[in-house]
Design a protein around this ligand. Structure first.
Ligand SMILES: Nc1ncnc2c1ncn2[C@@H]1O[C@H](COP(=O)(O)OP(=O)(O)OP(=O)(O)O)[C@@H](O)[C@H]1O
Ligand SMILES: [Mg+2]
Length: 325
């Protein structure tokens, strides 16, 4: 039916990938496929297995089981070919404080035997907005500048697939916006497949054409962010109670017409209800919980947090439930 989708080989193909570190199961039978030129985001909480996935895809860790291909090459039997085809920006910063931006890129150019590394370095610095700072040592760079340099380095040899492991972790709002813009431009320029990991729902939503949601080493949902949200098929109503025992109303609510799912958050004394036509059914929902004292009611469209909750049954960042930012 959709023949065009199968004519181009995938940039990344993962089948049944498993990886453990002693007793810890980091990846538990992961399947995913990323089309060439796509902007793909792997979203997951701390410890979900994002870095492990990138490490295996980038040939830095060996899979225990499964088949993994990047740019058409097997990550185990064709390591060298994979390495030539990819660029990586690691979660942990990996710059030398004493080297300048230009020196970092020159070194990278030598590693990849690029004859035109001088020209490429100039272009790369220009592209990430570091031309004016090219000859300053990295120790004087801000977090955002360092990340931009790492991106420039990851791109210098014009990889077909660029891996970015949490590219905006620890950056302030401005620096984050700058990185987003760089990545959008890179992607708009075409050709490069971008595979990014993040534990920021906003980031995944803002940048990625498709996302995979990873939890405890398994992919629990995959698709375009909008599609994932609308697949929940309704609105979200959150009802907060004075006492946690309000959550006992969950069973009653689940029987109300139009209610698709009810998730209990007893620690927060709150129920989250996905419901068709939320505004029309709000009165019925409140009626059903009436014996319990309600302290808060909210009605909104689902966001990725709800998508995560819907597919895993637990919140993305439990510590956030207590309130605050
Ligand atoms: N080298 C290692 N030795 C032992 N356990 C490891 C190692 N690397 C990762 N793990 C474990 O594997 C699981 C997945 O870790 P991973 O670093 O892939 O998660 P992550 O999604 O990148 O998390 P974060 O958001 O914190 O970066 C975790 O339970 C982690 O403790
Ligand atoms: Mg990580």
């Amino acid at each position: 039916m959709d023949a065009s989708a199968t004519t181009q080989p995938a940039a990344i193909r993962v089948e049944g990938l498993a990886k453990r570190y002693r007793a810890v199961v980091a990846l538990d039978g992961l399947d995913l496929s990323v089309e060439q030129g796509a902007f793909y985001g792997l979203l997951g909480p701390n410890g979900a297995g994002k870095t492990t996935t990138v490490s295996v895809l980038a040939t830095l860790a060996r899979p225990d089981a499964g088949r993994v291909q990047v740019a058409g090459h097997d990550v185990v039997s064709e390591q060298a070919e994979v390495r030539r085809a990819i660029g990586i920006v690691f979660q942990e910063p990996s710059l030398d404080r004493e080297l300048t931006a230009r020196e970092h890129l020159d070194l990278q150019g030598r590693l990849y035997h690029l004859d035109d590394r001088r020209r490429r370095t100039g272009e790369a610095l220009e592209r990430v907005g570091l031309a004016a700072d090219a000859d300053r040592p990295v120790r004087g760079f801000s977090g955002g500048m360092k990340r931009r340099l790492e991106i420039a380095r990851g791109l210098l040899h014009r990889p077909r697939v660029l891996f970015l492991d949490e590219p905006t972790l620890g950056l302030d709002v401005n620096a984050r916006a700058g990185i987003w813009e760089q990545l959008r431009e890179l992607h708009a320029a075409g050709g490069t497949t971008v595979f990014l990991t993040t534990h920021s729902m906003d980031e995944a939503d803002a940048l990625c054409e498709r996302i995979g949601i990873l939890d405890a080493g398994r992919l629990v949902a995959e698709g375009a962010p909008e599609a994932l949200k609308s697949a929940l098929g309704g609105d979200v109503v959150e009802i907060g109670f004075e006492q946690p025992d309000g959550c006992a109303a969950a069973e009653l609510l689940a029987r109300i017409e139009g209610v698709l799912s009810v998730t209990r958050e007893p620690e927060a004394a709150r129920l989250r209800i996905t419901v068709r036509d939320g505004s029309r059914r709000l009165a019925a929902l409140l009626e059903a919980v009436r014996p319990h004292v309600v302290s808060e009611v909210a009605l909104h469209r689902p966001d990725l947090e709800h998508v995560f909750l819907h597919h895993t049954g637990h919140p993305f960042e439990p510590e956030r439930l207590g309130g605050g930012g």
